[in-house]
Ligand binder design. Structure first.
Ligand code: HEC
Length: 163
């Protein structure tokens, strides 16, 4: 009888330690934020000053008065620092916006409010600007944006996998 109780206790301890170590493994599975390449950040900052600052603000703080709509009824150029919503978008979305420009999303074919830069900036230039934007975000916002980017490249869920 005594032996049985001891064995049960031992089994319980083993189970508890197994569960405990699983939690630690899951916690340590959160990927660390990659360090931003300072050469890219500097390059992105310089390109930003040259091509974007006139509309989006010297330190990416957005046009003055943002988000109050301007003459066309839409908000002026938004911030790219933490106060805007640039950090909500996956890398691909940011890349395409910069490469192709952006019009009023509710009026397809309307004149571009954000000019296209695909003919002036190389892919590396655009990536450097996006890395510069990342240097302006808090760790929390960078983590959020990293998840959005990962989701963007994840396979589309099928009916059976989403169940
Ligand atoms: C002529 C003014 C102008 C210039 C120059 C300009 N933008 Fe914009 N940009 C805008 C406006 C206006 C919007 C908002 C468009 C809308 O919401 O309809 C915008 C939107 C954006 C967005 C989407 C932001 C979001 O949070 O969804 C990104 C990203 C962006 N710009 C990046 C850039 C970069 C990078 C440059 C320089 C290479 C640049 N812009 C240059 C006017 C400009």
């Amino acid at each position: 009888m005594r032996h049985k109780i001891l064995w049960l206790l031992l089994l319980l301890i083993m189970l508890l330690t197994a569960c405990g170590s699983r939690t630690t493994a899951a916690e340590s599975a959160v990927p660390p934020l990659p360090t931003l390449d300072s050469v890219q950040v500097d390059r992105g900052r310089a390109l930003y000053a040259q091509y974007c600052a006139a509309c989006h603000g010297a330190r990416a703080e957005g046009a003055s008065g943002w988000p109050t709509p301007v003459a066309d009824g839409l908000p002026p150029a938004p911030p790219h620092d933490d106060s805007g919503h640039t950090w909500h978008h996956a890398d691909r979305v940011l890349y395409e916006t910069i490469h192709m420009g952006m019009g009023d999303p509710l009026r397809p074919g309307s004149p571009l409010r954000m000019p296209t830069f695909g003919d002036q900036l190389s892919a590396d230039d655009i990536h450097a600007i996006i890395v510069y934007f990342k240097s302006l975000w808090t760790e929390e916002h960078r983590r959020y944006q990293m998840k959005e980017t990962a989701k963007d490249f994840a396979p589309t869920p099928t009916a059976s996998s989403s169940r």
